[in-house]
Write a protein that binds this ligand. Structure first.
Ligand SMILES: Cc1ncc(COP(=O)(O)O)c(C=O)c1O
Length: 393
C-alpha cells in the first residue's frame, strides 16, 4: 500500500512546506496518530523527515536552541561561556555523532557512557559523567538514549535516564528509530510508553519497523514552541496565516524543520496505517519478535552456532564449528575469518540477507527481522545456509 501511495503522491506532487491543501492535513493526521501512540501531549509538534538521521539532527538542533544558554541563532556558539557536553553509549547510532558535529559542538563534546552486560547505558556511569562535567564547568546539553539499538535491539533504562536529565536540566532525546513501533506490542508497550513520557524528543522511523517504503522518518518534540523558535524564518514570499480557514493555512511545517519544499511523505504512512490498522502493524511486529525468538532458539539448539545477543527482532550470533572445534576458545582470528567469509558468501549468494557488527570487540553475524513477509521457513533456510557455508569454509 505504501508503494502505491508513493506513486499517487508523486503524481499529485504537492509541496508540504505548508499551505492550505489536502496533503498538509494528511501529514497533520499522521502526526496526531504518532503523538497519541507515543503518549505526547497536544502541545508537542511532529514532522515527517527523511529518516532517523534527519530526525536526530532536527531534535538536537532544538536541544541546542533551548539548552546552550546563548542566542545560538544570532551568535552561533562563539560567545558560549562554557564548553558543552553530550552523552551517549558506543551502542548509540552514529547519526547522533554526525548531528553533534554538524551542529558545531564537535565530537569531542561527546561523553561515551559505558554499557552493562546487556548493552544498555549504565545509568550510574552517566550520573558520574554529568557530575564530573558540572564540576569542571562543562554545560551538558543532551543525553541521547536508545529504545532499540541497531546492534542488539537493547532498550536503555530511559526512565532512570529521564530522572537524571530532569535533575540536571538536560535535554533527553530518545532514538527509537528502529524500536519505537514496538510500543504497539503487548510485551514492550508499557515500558516504551513510560520511556517516552520523560523524553523531550523522540525519533521513530516508519521506514524501518512500520514497513513503509523509504524515505519516511518521524521526529516529535514535546515543546512545539521551542521547535518553531529553532527553525521559523518567514520571509514575505511565504505567508503563514496560522488559520485553517485562510489561504495559507496553519503554521507551516517549514517553520518546524530545516526543509522548505517537502515531499508528500505522509501519504504512504497514512495509507499504510489505514490499510493495516495499528492492530495489523502490532501483529506484524509481534510476529517479527516471535520469529527472532525462534531464530535464537534454533541457534541455541545448534552446536555449531553461538548466540551472542538478542533483543526486539535482532539476533547476533556466530559460527563456531563443530562442538569442541578449533573456532571456540581463544582462536578469535579464525572465528573472524570464517564468519566474514560466511557473511560474504551469504550476501553474494542471495539466499538470505544478514549483516555483521562488532560486540565487545567480537565480530558477529547480525539478523534483524523487519519484514512482515518473513516466515519460519526463511529462518530455517538462513540456518541451513550458514551451516552449509560454515562447513565448506
Ligand atoms: C537506532 C537507529 N537510529 C538511527 C538510525 C538512522 O536512521 P536513518 O538511516 O533512517 O537515517 C538507524 C538506522 O539506520 C538506527 O538503527
Amino acid at each position: 500500500m505504501g508503494v502505491f501511495a508513493d506513486a499517487l503522491a508523486a503524481a499529485m506532487n504537492p509541496s508540504c512546506a505548508g499551505g492550505n491543501h489536502a496533503a498538509i492535513y494528511v501529514e497533520r493526521q499522521v502526526i496526531r496518530w504518532f503523538r497519541d501512540m507515543l503518549g505526547f501531549p497536544d502541545s508537542s509538534m511532529g514532522l515527517l523527515v527523511s529518516g532517523g538521521s534527519m530526525a536526530t539532527l532536527t531534535a538536537l538542533a532544538v536541544a541546542r536552541h533551548v539548552k546552550s544558554g546563548v542566542d545560538v541563532r544570532a551568535k552561533g556558539l562563539r560567545d558560549a561561556p562554557a564548553p558543552f557536553s553530550f552523552y551517549m553509549t558506543s551502542e548509540g547510532h552514529t547519526c547522533a555523532r554526525k548531528a553533534i558535529e554538524l551542529l558545531g559542538f564537535g565530537s569531542e563534546s561527546i561523553r561515551t557512557i559505558p554499557t552493562d552486560d546487556d548493552y544498555r547505558m549504565r545509568v550510574d556511569a552517566l550520573a558520574s559523567a554529568i557530575a564530573e562535567d558540572r564540576a569542571r564547568g562543562v554545560r551538558p546539553i543532551a543525553v541521547v538514549a536508545t529504545a532499540g539499538t541497531t546492534n542488539t535491539g537493547a532498550i536503555d533504562d530511559i526512565e532512570a535516564v529521564a530522572l537524571l536529565c530532569r535533575q540536571h536540566d538536560i535535554w533527553l532525546h530518545v532514538d527509537a528509530a528502529y524500536g519505537g513501533p514496538a510500543i504497539l506490542t503487548a510485551e514492550y508497550g508499557t515500558r516504551l510508553r513510560r520511556a517516552f513520557a520523560g523524553a523531550d524528543s523522540v525519533a521513530l522511523d516508519p521506514h524501518k519497523w512500520m514497513f513503509v517504503p523509504v524515505e519516511a522518518g518521524f521526529v516529535i518534540v514535546r515543546d512545539a514552541g521551542a521547535m518553531r523558535a529553532t527553525f521559523s524564518l518567514v520571509p514575505p514570499y511565504i505567508r503563514s496565516a496560522g488559520s485553517p480557514t485562510g489561504v495559507y493555512g496553519l503554521p507551516w511545517f517549514s517553520e518546524y524543520g530545516f526543509q522548505q519544499t517537502r515531499g508528500f511523505r505522509a501519504l504512504k504512512v497514512w495509507m499504510t496505517i489505514k490499510h493495516a490498522g495499528l492492530g495489523g502493524l502490532k501483529s506484524a511486529i509481534e510476529e517479527n519478535i516471535a520469529l527472532a525468538g525462534y531464530l535464537a532458539d534454533r541457534i541455541r539448539a545448534t552446536p555449531q552456532l553461538e548466540l551472542i545477543a538478542s533483543g526486539l527482532s535482532v539476533v547476533c550470533f556466530r559460527y563456531v564449528g563443530g562442538g569442541s572445534a578449533a573456532l571456540q576458545g581463544p582462536n578469535e582470528e579464525d572465528a573472524v575469518r570464517v564468519n566474514r567469509a560466511i557473511l560474504d558468501r551469504l550476501q553474494l549468494g542471495g539466499d538470505a540477507f544478514i549483516t555483521s557488527t562488532e560486540l565487545k570487540g567480537r565480530f558477529v553475524l547480525r539478523a534483524c527481522i523487519v519484514n512482515y513477509r518473513s516466515t519460519r521457513e526463511d529462518v530455517d533456510l538462513l540456518i541451513d545456509a550458514v551451516l552449509g557455508i560454515g562447513a565448506a569454509v
